[in-house]
Design a protein around this ligand. Structure first.
Ligand SMILES: Nc1ncnc2c1ncn2[C@@H]1O[C@H](COP(=O)(O)OP(=O)(O)OP(=O)(O)O)[C@@H](O)[C@H]1O
Length: 248
């Protein structure tokens, strides 16, 4: 579904992403793991057209190159993302926030978009909150809204940037269940950046681990938590993987 090769990004003298390459198969849930500053958000910003890559990159989605397309055109091709910090459209209602998510990508009549928005809000557990101003939502509810807004564009690939950040353990479990549900029901392919190892490892089928902008390991979650390079980069030089992963 997605094929990325030779992806590099320099910010002045900083080589934030180095020769990144990976493929994502349709229907997978793939995790991107790495310490702060490893280049995870930069990767999303490149994939979604927020920033341009250095010359020579290849980003092919469903057989078509995404290079040089602006973010709204990439969204219309079927890729939606959420952000590390929730960015609701303040001053709009909860339902209006979801409808805005569909406007750039869908050609459906406004009434249909509102109906779909209501359905999505129900699915993410925000039924009954449609008409309240978005500003009154709790942080956990804003995270749910982000997912509903991303789904409103009917993506085939969903990129989630630290969806569990700032959530308590009960909210994390609910959000995990929601991600599994949309993956199964919508046939959605999901890529997920996360620091909460326990939630992350139980959710994803395959992990791509980054450090200093470079891929240091790829594999099944249980292999990754035992990979010496990942332990050193992410968990700490003297850590023993299973216990350290448990602690994280
Ligand atoms: N627009 C920018 N200009 C300059 N440097 C940047 C820019 N965006 C990111 N960086 C730098 O690139 C590196 C990778 O940042 P990035 O945000 O991709 O890391 P990350 O893995 O997402 O980290 P975190 O887990 O903290 O979000 C960091 O050193 C960061 O300071």
């Amino acid at each position: 579904m997605l094929e990325v090769a030779n992806l590099n990004k320099h910010f002045g003298g900083l080589h934030a992403l180095r020769d990144f390459a990976c493929t994502v198969q349709r229907g997978e849930i793939v995790g991107i793991l790495g310490p702060n500053g490893a280049g995870k958000t930069t990767l999303y910003n490149l994939l979604t057209g927020f920033i341009p890559p250095d010359p020579g990159a290849r980003i092919v989605f469903e057989g078509h190159s995404l290079l040089r397309l602006p973010p709204h055109r990439i969204a219309a091709r079927g890729i939606s993302r959420t952000f590390q910090l929730c960015r609701p459209f303040t001053g709009l209602t909860v339902l209006e926030n979801v409808v805005v998510g569909a406007l750039g990508a869908q050609r459906e009549p406004r009434a249909d978009l509102r109906a779909r928005g209501r359905e999505l809000l129900q699915r993410v557990g925000l039924a009954g909150r449609e008409d309240v101003p978005v500003d009154v939502l709790s942080y956990g509810d804003q995270r749910r809204l982000e997912i509903a807004r991303a789904l409103a564009a009917r993506p085939r690939l969903l990129l989630l940037d630290e969806p569990f950040a700032g959530l308590g353990s009960g909210e994390m479990a609910e959000l995990s269940a929601l991600i599994r549900q949309v993956h199964a029901q919508e046939g959605l392919t999901v890529v997920l950046i996360e620091h909460k190892l326990r939630e992350f490892m139980s959710l994803v089928q395959r992990v791509v681990a980054l450090d200093f902008g470079a891929v240091i390991a790829q594999g099944a979650p249980e292999e990754i938590v035992r990979n010496p390079a990942v332990i050193e980069a992410y968990i700490g030089r003297d850590a023993h993987a299973p216990e350290a992963a448990h602690a994280a």
